[in-house]
Design a binder for this molecule. Structure first.
Ligand SMILES: [Fe+2]
Length: 192
C-alpha cells in the first residue's frame, strides 16, 4: 500500500501528515501537479523479461503515452541476487538520484512490482511517496525531488520519456536528502 509522509522542509522529525489513503494521497499530490494513479495488478512471474512487463500493462502504457505525449518507454528491474557485482550495482544505481535534483522532462514511473520512494520538495515541504506495486507517479519537469530505492532494492518499473535524452539530473547541490528518513527507515517503520 502506498504511503505518503509530509514534513516541513526544515523539520524532518515529526511528520505533518502520514497517510495510506489513495484518494488523500492523490489529492495532496495533485496540488503540486503530480499525477498519482493505481493500476490493477497483472500476473507476472518473479523472473519476467522487460517485454513481458510491458506486454502485461500494454493498454494502460499506451493510454498514458498518448495522453501525455510520451514517445518511449523502458523497463528497469532490480532484484536481489547472489552475483558478487550486485552490491556495487546497487550502490551505483541508488546513488544516481539520491541527491536533490530536477529534470527538464517529466519523470513518470509505474511500479509493476516492488517499491521505491520519491521525495518531492515543493511548497516548503518534503513529500515522501513510498510507491508500491500498481502505483504510477509523475513528477513534473522542474520539480525538485530525489529517489531512494533502498539498500536492497527490488522492483520492476516502467519509465516514460518524451525524447531519447532520458532523465538528465540537474543537481541543486542541496544536502536536504540526507536529513530525511531513507527508504530503509521508512520501510522499517511500516513493519512496526
Ligand atoms: Fe529524478
Amino acid at each position: 500500500m502506498t504511503l505518503l509522509t509530509v514534513w516541513a522542509d526544515d523539520a524532518p522529525g515529526e511528520p505533518e501528515l502520514r497517510t495510506e489513503e489513495p484518494e488523500e494521497i492523490a489529492a495532496v499530490l495533485k496540488e503540486h501537479g503530480v499525477r498519482y494513479e493505481q493500476w490493477p495488478l497483472q500476473d507476472l512471474p518473479d523472473e519476467s523479461t522487460n517485454e513481458e512487463v510491458l506486454a502485461a500493462y500494454q493498454d494502460r502504457i499506451d493510454a498514458v503515452s498518448k495522453q501525455e505525449g510520451y514517445v518511449m518507454v523502458d523497463v528497469v528491474q532490480m532484484r536481489p541476487n547472489d552475483d558478487p557485482a550486485w552490491p556495487e550495482q546497487v550502490r551505483t544505481a541508488r546513488a544516481k538520484f539520491l541527491d536533490e535534483h530536477t529534470h527538464d522532462d517529466d519523470e513518470d514511473r509505474f511500479f509493476a512490482s516492488g517499491s521505491g520512494v520519491f521525495y518531492l520538495h515543493v511548497g516548503g515541504k518534503v513529500h515522501a511517496v513510498f510507491c508500491e506495486d500498481g502505483d504510477l507517479l509523475s513528477v513534473p519537469g522542474g520539480t525538485t525531488h530525489w529517489f531512494d530505492m533502498g539498500t536492497n532494492p527490488e522492483y520492476k518499473s516502467v519509465r516514460f520519456f518524451h525524447d531519447d535524452d532520458g532523465w538528465v539530473g540537474n543537481f541543486t547541490g542541496s544536502a536536504i536528502s540526507r536529513s530525511f528518513p531513507t527508504y530503509d527507515e521508512l520501510a522499517a517503520g511500516r513493519q512496526l
